[in-house]
Design a protein around this ligand. Structure first.
Ligand code: 9Z3
Length: 307
């Protein structure tokens, strides 16, 4: 079977969500409204693989969506409209600066009972708030959420096919940590698995490589960037090159789980190099995504000129 038929067949075997058409409509409206603008589709966070249709348990992965949330902020700062396709409750642009106890630690109760922001954090919070308000006012950011692998894959296909209308002005940045394995619908139990029936005999199947139809069929003219994650540094560069040669998209960003905040590898048709942040830079608040996105934006500009 050709890889595109494999994918079509696969889509028949995974559930669609009730919210798909509303989310698709929102993406379509956003893309039509900003038809003359550069749009970045940023995918972010991990996908779940449910073990039951009425899902109590699922397989998940480590990603909190840090890369995607930070990158989305930088694409916005470079003048892109951004579709942020993210795992529900994972990190998001702007709010990422205020998660968990960090948020409560920013606040104090005044003598008159009013709540205000403590003086120490106001200087760091103000630029974030200013930037967020500008983004909101200009309607620069569309947030679309997924939870499961199938939600993600249906939304990705819809979003990419819609973005195809933007031709070279579309930048697709696939930073989400997507499961390679799943349980097809027909093998999913309807209700919660019962321990009284013994340990389940789980049979996972391979998710077909979605990058193949994405690049060839869904958005052949877009500037597509995939990510390759490994834990063994000795195989990373070769895996990135292999992915680029197989799918023939524009660029692969390689990263190692343990060092992903300090170094990423850029692999293109004719170059490969590392982008790094030193410990000193990290201590001074420099995020590797700032350098990465700046590099990609220059490449995308050139791509748009040439196409
Ligand atoms: C990445 O490699 C991202 O950079 C991370 C970001 C998921 C490592 P965090 O959310 O982590 O900031 O903690 N994303 C792509 C991972 C992935 O699923 N790649 C697949 C592969 O390596 C398909 S392209 O084969």
């Amino acid at each position: 079977m050709a890889s595109t038929e494999v994918t079509d067949d696969f889509y028949k075997r995974i559930e669609t969500s009730d919210e798909l058409s509303a989310k698709k409509r929102a993406i379509l409206d956003f893309c039509q409204k900003y038809s003359d603008r550069k749009i970045a589709l940023v995918t972010s966070g991990g996908t779940t693989v449910p073990l039951e249709k009425n899902t109590v348990r699922f397989i998940d992965n480590f990603s909190a969506g840090t890369r995607g949330a930070i990158s989305a902020e930088y694409f916005l700062s470079h003048g892109y409209k951004v579709i942020f396709l993210h795992r529900h409750k994972s990190l998001a642009p702007f709010t990422r600066h205020l998660t968990g106890f960090g948020f409560l630690d920013c606040l104090k109760v005044e003598a008159d009972g009013r709540i205000s922001v403590i003086d120490d954090v106001a200087p760091t919070l103000r630029p974030v708030l200013d930037e967020y308000n500008k983004v909101k006012e200009r309607d620069d950011l569309l947030r679309v959420s997924f939870i499961s692998l199938s939600d993600y894959l249906w939304l990705l296909r819809e979003a990419v096919q819609i973005l195809n209308g933007h031709r070279s002005k579309a930048l697709i940045y696939l930073a989400a940590a997507v499961s390679d394995f799943y349980v097809p619908d027909e093998f999913l139990a309807l209700h919660k698995l019962q321990s009284s029936e013994g340990a389940p005999d789980l049979k996972l199947e391979l998710v077909p490589k979605i990058l193949a139809p994405l690049v060839k069929q869904w958005a052949p003219e877009a500037f597509t960037i995939s990510f390759k994650l490994e834990t063994d540094p000795t195989i990373l560069k070769e895996k990135c090159r292999r992915a680029l040669n197989t799918y023939r998209h524009r660029l692969v960003v390689g990263n190692i789980l343990q060092t992903r905040r300090n170094v990423v590898y850029i692999v293109t048709a004719d170059e490969d190099y590392a982008i790094e942040t030193t410990d000193v830079e990290i201590n001074n608040g420099v995020e590797i995504e700032r350098k990465l996105v700046a590099d990609l934006v220059v490449r995308h500009e050139k791509f748009m000129k040439d196409n």
